[in-house]
Design a protein around this ligand. Structure first.
Ligand SMILES: [Zn+2]
Length: 167
C-alpha cells in the first residue's frame, strides 16, 4: 500500500493591474506589445512574453509559428532565449505572459505550456533565483512566485547529479 503525498501551492490573483507594483505593470505592458508582434497565422492566438532581468532590463518575445507546426516557438521561450543569449550574466527574475485572441481581446486563459515551464525552470535552477510568473488574462492577473510551483517534481540538473546507487 502506497503513502499518499500531497502537493499544493498558493498564488496571488488580482482583478486588475492597478494593484500591482509599477515594475510589474510595465512588464505586462511590454508583454502585451510583444503579443501584437506575434507571427501566429495558424492558431491566431498571439502570445507575448516579457522577461525582467535582475538589472531591471526587459526583453520581450512573441510566438513565431511555422507551417511545419513543431518548428514554431512559444513566446516564453522566444523571450527567454533572447534574454539569455544577449545578457548571459543578467539573471531572469520575472516573466509576464499574455495573449491576444483572434477578435483582438486579451485571452481569458493564459498559462505556459510544459515545454516552456521546463525551460524557465532551467534558468531558475542554474541561477538559484526564483522567477516570478505573471499571467495577464482578460479578467484577472495571476502571480506565481516560482516556476517550481508550476512544475513540481521537476527533472532538472540536480536530477543528473545524483550519486550512483551503491551496489
Ligand atoms: Zn510554451
Amino acid at each position: 500500500m502506497g503513502v499518499t503525498k500531497n502537493i499544493s501551492f498558493s498564488y496571488l490573483e488580482f482583478e486588475n493591474a492597478d494593484e500591482l507594483p509599477a515594475s510589474d505593470r510595465e512588464l505586462i505592458s511590454t508583454a502585451l506589445n510583444a503579443a501584437g508582434l506575434a507571427y501566429a497565422p495558424y492558431s491566431k492566438f498571439r502570445v507575448g512574453a516579457a522577461v525582467r532581468l535582475e538589472s531591471g532590463r526587459m526583453v520581450h518575445g512573441s510566438n513565431v509559428e511555422n507551417a511545419a507546426f513543431p518548428s514554431g516557438t512559444c513566446a516564453e521561450r522566444t523571450a527567454l532565449a533572447a534574454a539569455v543569449s544577449n545578457f548571459p550574466d543578467d539573471s531572469p527574475v520575472a516573466i509576464a505572459i499574455t495573449a491576444i485572441t483572434e477578435n483582438g481581446d486579451i485571452a481569458e486563459s493564459v498559462s505556459p505550456c510544459g515545454n516552456c515551464r521546463q525551460v524557465i525552470a532551467e534558468e531558475e535552477t542554474r541561477r538559484g533565483k526564483q522567477i516570478r510568473i505573471i499571467l495577464c488574462m482578460k479578467k484577472k492577473i495571476r502571480v506565481i512566485e516560482s516556476i517550481s510551483l508550476l512544475l513540481p517534481l521537476q527533472f532538472n540538473m540536480n536530477s543528473l547529479r545524483q550519486d550512483p546507487p551503491s551496489q
